[in-house]
Design a protein around this ligand. Structure first.
Ligand code: FAD
Length: 528
């Protein structure tokens, strides 16, 4: 039987990044992916003939530039299509707001609602950039362990402290961003509800929370941290869909010698005397390895693929208590024409179609949508963030037709006993989202050729994410940095020797960043 240097469980984009770096360092690597396709939540699926859909994640900005360079991903086919404008918000009163990244256009647009806010936005963005300058380098660093007295840890803590000191009075703002709610920050900077509501939707993506709740400021910030082809804060579509990024990483990994198998579901992590020795597949076959690296979330890795009795009790309990709350549902659609918005007419792709279309007029609308979900019911009026990648990418839909992603909230993972069946709720929810879009673009309903609904329970079933949590675990401060996935184990190692984590369950968390996989590879190679 072949013994591998490392077996990676899961061919999500992070697992593939780890595989590529390990293979590049000369390690014999095997990746085992349960589904028939690679990429995990960064996939392109041809749901209907000619319609190539990014069924889970749909826009990119966070993916680390150092990985693009190291793995020569552009040579392997990775290409970004930056979006401008980046967002379009139609309002019920017939007005609309286009934003970013074109600064003059954004200034003009915001001035329609408030001159003061138009002046404030560049200053607000500059403040976020200063905080990003402090936080961004930490994304590709292993978090220091504050409970360890090892010199390396103490030095890393000191460096972090010094970097924080450099922030000066922005330090207080950084702490508010890491711990606070989005609303007070938005209220301090802006006066127009239209501007605040448009920005606030970024504060709740993937969170089972509203912008008035602590922790949402970081979600807001997380979404401004990336870059697109070197330009900070710009989001774009991956040409060919998100799966094209995963395929490019896989191609780089294979070129370096990594072996990658799909349709290979890992049933068990094999251990002996507290050391990982390999894995067993669902079909009973076993593979041996010096190191086993899991790109799957912590709950599945430790409680489903292992007997938790093999773990220290306190560690197993911490994993049991991780927060996987989620209220996000994805609706993927095939369209015969683009939405022709009453407030900005056009039946060919225009500025209103290229970025994210926000259907969320006020922050109170978000609070009301959440009220339903917190008692186990789907929102009466969900928040819809729609994107039409085929407005920029002619490879993902038949000529003259379009794919649309609707990222929506809130659809609770656990429905109330009186809420009806999952399928009934999915149908009702999707029809309501289509109705909401039709209120702004009367041709929308007739343009829908087909749609797929992924409720949190589907996201769990299809992508293997506990609770349907899109980030492999909540991104609140108590689950970030040196506490991700649990305190004392943020260095990608686990209580089992030779068993590592490399997915979004680890620092710096969810999003198509590749940083978790990159950091994990560095730590694994450090161990020999
Ligand atoms: C609906 C949705 C929308 C999102 N939108 C965005 C977005 O637009 N932009 C963004 O940056 N981020 C977005 N995210 C978040 C982002 O996609 C994820 O955080 C990220 O892709 C996680 O990558 P990963 O490699 O760590 O894990 P995953 O992608 O979860 O990969 C884990 C892999 O392990 C496999 N697996 C599970 N169990 C087993 C097993 N037993 N054996 C073998 N393989 C197994 C899974 O099939 C999967 O391929 C979204 C996520 C979702 C779900």
């Amino acid at each position: 039987m072949t013994t591998y240097d490392a077996i990676i469980i899961g061919g999500g984009h992070n697992g593939l990044v780890t595989a590529a770096y390990l293979a590049r360092a000369g390690r014999k690597v095997l990746v085992l992916e349960r589904r028939e396709m690679l990429g995990g939540c960064a996939v392109t699926e041809e749901l209907w003939p000619g319609f190539k859909v990014s069924t889970a994640s749909y826009v990119n900005s966070l993916f680390r530039p150092e990985i693009i360079r190291d793995l020569e991903l552009k040579r392997h086919g990775f290409q970004m299509l930056p979006r401008s404008p980046s967002s379009f918000t139609p309002f019920p009163d017939g007005r609309y707001l286009l934003m970013g990244p074109d600064k003059e256009m954004t200034h003009r647009e915001i001035s329609k609602f408030s001159r003061k806010d138009a002046e404030a936005l560049p200053k607000y963005e500059a403040m976020l950039e200063r905080v990003a300058d402090f936080l961004e380098p930490t994304l590709v660093q292993t978090p220091p362990n504050p409970w360890s007295m090892k010199p390396g840890n103490l030095l890393a803590l000191l460096k972090l402290g010094l970097a924080f000191r450099k922030l000066g009075t922005d330090g207080q703002k950084a702490i508010e961003i890491l711990t606070g709610a989005a609303n007070p920050i938005l209220d301090r900077w802006f006066e127009s509800e239209e501007v605040k509501a448009t920005i606030a939707t970024d504060a709740i993506i993937g969170a089972f929370a509203t912008p008035s709740m602590p922790g949402t400021a970081y979600v807001l910030f997380h979404h401004v941290m990336g870059e697109c082809d070197g330009v900070r804060g710009v989001w774009g579509y991956v040409k060919g869909g998100m799966g094209a990024l995963s395929e490019a990483i896989a191609s780089a990994a294979r070129e370096k010698g990594a072996e990658i198998r799909t349709g290979a579901s890992v049933a068990r992590i094999l251990t002996s005397n507290g050391t990982a020795t390999g894995i067993a597949l669902a079909d009973g076959s076993e593979y041996r390895a010096m190191k086993v690296v899991s790109g799957v979330d912590a709950r599945v890795t430790f409680l489903k693929l292992m007997d938790p009795r093999e773990l220290p009790t306190e560690f197993a309990d911490q994993v049991r208590h991780l927060d996987y709350a989620s209220g996000s549902a994805k609706i993927n659609l095939a369209l015969s024409e683009v939405p022709d918005f009453s407030c900005l007419r056009g039946n060919a792709p225009g500025p209103q179609h290229r970025g994210t279309i926000h259907l969320c007029p006020t922050r109170e609308y978000i609070e009301r949508a959440f009220d339903c979900a917190k008692y186990g019911h789907i929102s009466d009026s969900p928040i819809v963030e729609a994107t039409i990648p085929s407005s920029l990418d002619d490879t993902v839909a038949p000529k003259g037709q379009y794919v649309m992603s609707m990222f929506t909230q809130y659809f609770p993972y656990k429905l109330a006993p009186d809420a009806g069946t999952l399928e009934e709720n999915k149908k009702r929810y999707a029809e309501r989202c289509i109705d909401i879009m039709t209120e702004y673009a009367p041709n929308f309903r007739r343009s829908v050729l087909n749609y797929q609904v992924l409720a949190p329970a589907d996201i769990e079933r299809v992508y293997g994410l506990t609770g349907g949590n899109i980030m492999q675990g909540t991104m609140s401060l108590s689950s970030l940095s040196f506490m991700r996935p649990v305190p004392g184990y943020a260095d990608y190692r686990t209580p089992i020797r030779g068993l590592y984590l490399c997915g979004a369950a680890t620092h710096p968390g969810g999003g198509v960043m590749g940083a978790c996989g990159y950091n994990a590879a560095r730590e694994i190679l450090r161990d020999g």
